[in-house]
Ligand binder design. Sequence first.
Ligand code: GLU
Length: 279
Amino acid sequence: MGRRGRIAPTPTGYLHAGHARTFAIAADRARGAGLVLRIEDLDGPRCRPEFTAAALEDLRWLGLEWTEGPDVGGPRGPYVQSERAAWFLEVWRRLEAAGAIYPSPHSRRDVEEAANAPHETSQIPQIWWQAPFPPALRPTHCERATAPGGVPWRFRVPDGRTIEFHDALQGTVCRTAGVDFGDFVVWRRDDLAAYELAVVADDHAMEIAEVVRGADLLTSTARQILLYEALGWTPPAFCHTPLVCDASGRRLAKRTGGLAIRELREAGWTPAEVLTREL
Ligand code: GLU
């Protein structure tokens, strides 16, 4: 018997063979315990309904079966994040009441300038290392707020604390707040929940027991563990799948030509080949 799980595509493009492989592992590990399909369409105009429709079709063609989702319903829906704004706002309220987040009106330029000011924490060239949000831009004190009010909000991370978690495939993973990542956005200027808040809110509300996703999200998992703590919720178990690369060793991205599930299908690949054959 597996653990209740989920697959959570973002409809900004066609799903590729890497998504197929991660989602197949998720479905397999959730077998018999329930699998939620959740559409993560909070990325404004980049998310398009035709990509959602294509994702459902591609996942069905692969033979994946979910027990709750946008096309089958279920007790924990809606399963499309753009329809869950009220729940995300409730989670924002809880974080605000806990004093865990603060409004951060700075532009990307302010942040880059402050982050690139000479400092001692890292001699590593910026090209390999993305400087965390500079603590100098944190407010020294915050008024209580009743609504996000059209500015981004950030989670205040505990600088220097190492977050350690067990991953079913990667073993023990450690990330240090203030070094590997800094204060992160939980609410966006356009009044939508940011990814980290929405995913934690939904994995909790949908009673997900194990989160299976790509290893590109390992650092996000450390951030999300801090959100679970601030909300007084127990985090799920985690399983991060290895990133899938193309023949030239490049990580698959949505723009990867030719390796979209539907392109492979048109080229005559079977579902089993999409899941296992060398790319
Ligand atoms: N929606 C995210 C993506 O497509 C996945 C998020 C997650 O699994 O937590 O990259």
